[in-house]
Ligand binder design. Structure first.
Ligand code: ATP
Ligand code: MG
Length: 405
């Protein structure tokens, strides 16, 4: 048993000593079998939430309605969830309330895919009633039970299927894929926030290109915000190596760039209910791309104005869209940035106060202009970033009509 599970064994043992059943379940068990880094270790138990809370000194009732209690064990929080089914599904969504059940298999049965419906006991023995290990060996995503039924219960599972394909490089079982084709329109019942979470994970996966192909082939894309009618673009998206992009901002910018949403970018991103901060950053990148058409269009000033993070993000997006070497351009740009004499305004050796003193003039529009002139001269190396040198340079500029003034 690997370390992340061993660290949580105390919780399972305590529950069992009190006569309850308790197992590791879900993504962590799957990732262990896949030899992937193990994320959050989740526990399923026959104990009711109140019983769990009574047994451990530090607990947080995060989702009592769903049977989930967070247990703080040796400094790490673990989700401990009572065996449950989801009762009746309404409106193609997971229900607000759940029914607690007595047996582990009933809990595993409500889970989405066979690879996610494996439990592990305290001895490391696997309980796998739906063939999850086989699916993992065959690298297949298959619903637990009838796919059409499972997607009608909760349409988000269709998005989850394709995001797991992106993260794991698995294929969809034929009947699972067919059911997505037939039930794609049910996605309309799912909240945008939940779709966005899955879509962001999809774009970030190592097999995102394959996932975009699946979105196109199954028709699921047509029910995602702003993507209806854009099958050709979806197919195009599947031909790019998304792993070259390294942040959410880069991925959304790339998506907007390829879809040519242009002026509509903010409206498009708002439909996905993305935070304003991200929308602003994407807009900044997109507007720089309308000017920087090739690597050579990067000027020191543009680089300085944008800052290295945004400029490098823009350059990565531009390079990928144009089929250029992303890593190489990114690192060239970073080198160029490192060579700038100043990286930010506050590194300038003079302030507005200095200039007002030297010129004996009160503040006004002239000041911003003068500061900008100094900044530019320092940036291009016409004058050293040093108070005395800058003062001399300004005096010289006033007297002569030197070309770099
Ligand atoms: P990740 O590594 O991305 O967290 P995960 O498999 O742990 O993947 P979670 O969303 O954390 O995914 O869900 C934990 C478990 O709960 C899943 O493994 C699955 O068994 C179950 N599950 C989650 N969402 C659903 C759903 N919509 N329908 C059915 N079962 C679900
Ligand atoms: Mg998880």
């Amino acid at each position: 048993m690997k370390e992340p599970f061993r660290r949580a064994l105390g919780i399972i043992r305590t529950l069992r000593q009190q006569g309850y059943e308790a197992y590791f379940v879900g993504g962590a068990v799957r990732d262990d079998l896949l030899n992937r880094p193990i994320g959050d270790v989740d526990i399923a138990t026959s104990a009711l939430p109140e019983e769990v809370m009574a047994l451990f000194p530090k607990t947080v009732p995060v989702g009592l309605k769903h049977g989930t209690v967070v247990v703080l064990h040796e400094g790490t929080p673990y989700e401990v969830t009572t065996f449950r089914t989801e009762g009746t599904y309404e409106n193609y969504r997971r229900p607000e309330s759940v029914t607690f059940v007595r047996f582990l298999t009933q809990d595993l049965e409500r889970r989405d895919f066979t690879m996610n419906a494996i439990a592990m006991d305290e001895a490391g023995q696997l309980i796998d009633p739906f063939g999850g290990q086989k699916a993992i060996r065959e690298r297949v995503i298959r619903t637990v039970g009838e796919a059409k039924e499972r997607f009608s219960e909760d349409a988000l599972r269709m998005m989850r299927a394709i995001r797991f394909a992106s993260q794991l490089g698995f294929t969809l079982a034929p009947e699972t894929k067919q059911a997505i084709i037939e039930h794609a329109s049910l996605l309309a019942h799912i909240s945008i926030e939940r779709m966005t979470v899955e879509f962001e994970k999809l774009m970030a996966g190592p097999f995102a290109s394959e996932a975009f192909l699946l979105l196109a082939e199954t028709g699921l894309f047509a029910h995602l915000p702003g993507l209806a009618g854009r099958k050709q673009e979806l197919l195009q998206l599947s031909r790019y190596d998304w792993t070259k992009l390294s942040s959410s901002v880069e991925r959304w910018s790339f998506l907007c760039g390829l879809l040519r949403v242009g002026e509509e970018a903010a409206a498009f991103l708002r439909r996905w209910k993305l935070p304003n901060r991200l929308i602003k950053e994407v807009q900044k990148i997109l507007s720089s791309l309308s000017i920087v058409r090739s690597y050579d269009s990067w000027t020191k000033e543009r680089l300085y104005e944008m800052g290295s993070a945004s400029a490098c993000a823009a350059e990565a997006v531009r390079s990928l869209l144009n089929g250029e070497n992303v890593e190489q351009n990114r690192s060239r740009l970073l080198e160029l940035f490192d060579e700038l004499p100043i990286k930010e305004r506050n590194e300038l050796a003079v302030t507005g106060k200095d200039l007002m003193e030297w010129y004996q003039r009160p503040g006004g529009p002239w000041l911003a202009e003068a500061l900008q002139k100094v900044e530019r001269a320092v940036l291009y190396g016409h004058v050293e970033n040093n108070k005395e040198r800058i003062k001399e340079w300004l005096v010289r500029c006033n007297q002569t009509q030197e070309k770099n003034c």
